[in-house]
Write a protein that binds this ligand. Structure first.
Ligand code: NAD
Length: 474
């Protein structure tokens, strides 16, 4: 397994190393190269050269598609090994890494391989006499891709696939907690035959990310991570007038109406709330339940949550794995304590299970009210907050009373009502009677503090291209 950085087609040691841990045991699994701003500069320079080099810039769209398809095949051929690597570094149960993370990345590579040959402009019926007008979509140049630790491989590929399909070159900065699947993917990028310098990876901490964001030759930053860091990045990119896409935090409201199928809503909220131990930007975390169904809902939810099997991601039957780090366990536990202090009731969970590793019990808080911090702030852990409402007409206002707007969920047997609420709720994605699902073809992104721009679908291609107008004398 590679632990160096990939810069200009060469595996490069850093000035030192940093450790990455197995969250299920706390043990060190690898010591990875610690990058510096000088490494970022070398990687950006390599990407800038590769952007101009005919081996990439003159490669046909079909040639780019072929490289992406080869990378998809290689990822698929190595899927078992890479899923285990993701689980070992990040903690997610193997059914999540093998059933979602890796196949979703493969799907994205194939989907955007398809787009590479379809990035068309338009001819425009202009009113100026004796001229023709057409548009081209051109790549931006060097793109900086900065990723978080919750779905390291998948989120990287959401950015990498459309960036490369459009003809950009990239410098990737994976999260310091989970760099291994990114380095493994970089090996496959080489094996697929991408020219040197088209994909570079610099590992390290926030200072490496900052150096990438600040670099004048970076045309665009695509960032997924916390809202706090997203704001900082937006400020720097705004000042320098560089393109930026931001996929940030969330606090997904899940509305259970009086006519909902409560058993379905319980199962769906468990799936949406405890996926990857709640370390999901769109985790179903604010559950608004009609008071007439609240007792039944909380009873069933708490019973099912308490029965979920907690364990190492590689162990058979594990439903909830560890959190990514000790720091994250401390943060989640402190939020549960804040909830208690604010008057919420811990119906189940609310503690560490007393085993090695970074585990936390699936937790249900009841009696939560709108102003409590556990209803307003992103916890990013296995904690569901249940709020009740009396008036169906007020629930949309409660759901919208949040800084975030990434996703929202509605549980109702009345599909007309569910669709009306979907139209009123302020969120980039709305699920009706569903646990979270994603697809490379379906745009994903947030409103308000959940971010700027969209990933997936055509929108991601648009976000990695610039439109040029070309006028010709007739
Ligand atoms: P984070 O913001 O702390 O770090 C994300 C990445 O940014 C890491 O690679 C980190 O090293 C780097 N970084 C940190 N400070 C930086 C700076 N000042 N300049 C440049 N780079 C910097 O986030 P995290 O804790 O790794 O991830 C959790 C967050 O990500 C949550 O808030 C979650 O909601 C969000 N997230 C959002 C989505 C989405 O699609 N909207 C998906 C996954 C995660």
């Amino acid at each position: 397994m590679r632990v160096e950085m990939l810069i200009d087609g060469r595996w490069t040691a850093g000035t030192g190393t940093f450790a990455t841990h197995d969250p299920a045991t706390g043990e060190v699994i690898a010591n990875v190269a610690m990058g510096t701003p000088a490494d970022v500069d070398a990687a950006v320079s390599a990407a800038a050269r590769a952007f101009e080099d005919p081996s990439w810039s003159a490669l046909s769209p079909a040639g780019r598609a072929l490289l992406l398809l080869r990378l998809a095949d290689l990822l698929e051929q190595n899927a078992d090994e890479i899923a285990r690597l993701e689980t070992t570094d990040q903690g997610q149960p193997l059914p999540v890494s093998a059933g979602f993370s890796v196949p979703n990345a493969v799907e994205h590579l194939r989907y955007y391989a398809g787009w590479a040959t379809k990035i068309t402009g338009v001819t425009t019926p202009v009113s100026v006499p004796d001229v023709d007008h057409r548009t081209h979509r051109e790549p931006l140049g060097v793109c900086g891709l900065i990723t978080p630790w919750n779905f390291p491989l998948t989120i990287l590929v959401w950015k990498l696939a459309p960036a490369l399909a459009a003809g950009n070159t990239v410098v990737v900065k994976p999260a310091e907690q989970t760099p291994l699947s990114t380095l493994r993917l970089a090996e496959l990028v080489e094996e697929a035959g991408f020219p040197a310098g088209v994909v570079n990876v610099v590992t390290g901490g926030p200072d490496v990310g900052q150096a990438l964001v600040a670099h004048r030759r970076v045309a665009k930053i695509s960032f997924t991570g916390s809202t706090e860091v997203g704001r900082e990045i937006a400020a720097v990119c705004g000042r320098d007038l560089r393109r930026v896409s931001l996929e940030l935090g969330g606090k997904t409201p899940s509305i259970v109406t009086a006519d909902a199928d409560v058993d379905q809503a319980v199962q769906g909220n468990l799936a949406g709330g405890f996926l990857n131990s709640g370390q999901v930007c769109a985790a179903y975390s604010r559950l608004y339940v009609d008071r007439r169904r609240a007792d039944e809902f909380v009873d069933k939810l708490a019973r099912a949550a308490s029965e979920m099997r907690l364990g190492p991601g590689l162990a058979d039957g594990t439903e909830v794995g560890p959190l990514v780090s000790e720091e994250q366990v401390v943060r989640v536990d402190s939020y549960v304590q804040i909830g208690r202090d604010e008057g919420a009731e811990v119906v189940t969970g609310g503690e560490r299970p007393g085993m090695a590793g970074y585990f936390y019990r699936p937790t249900v808080l009841a009696g939560v009210t709108q102003e409590m911090r556990v209803a307003r702030e992103e916890i990013f852990g296995p904690v569901l907050s249940v709020l009740t409402y009396d008036d169906p007409d007020e629930v949309v206002a409660l759901a919208n009373d949040s800084d975030y707007g990434l996703a929202a969920v509605i549980w109702s047997r009345d599909i007309g009502r569910a669709n009306r609420i979907a139209g009123q709720v302020r969120a980039g994605t709305v699920y009706l009677n569903l646990p979270p699902v994603m697809d490379a073809a379906a745009p994903w992104g947030g409103m308000r503090s959940s971010g700027v721009g969209r990933e997936m679908g055509w929108e991601a291609v648009a976000a990695f291209t610039e439109v040029k107008s070309i006028w010709t004398e007739r």
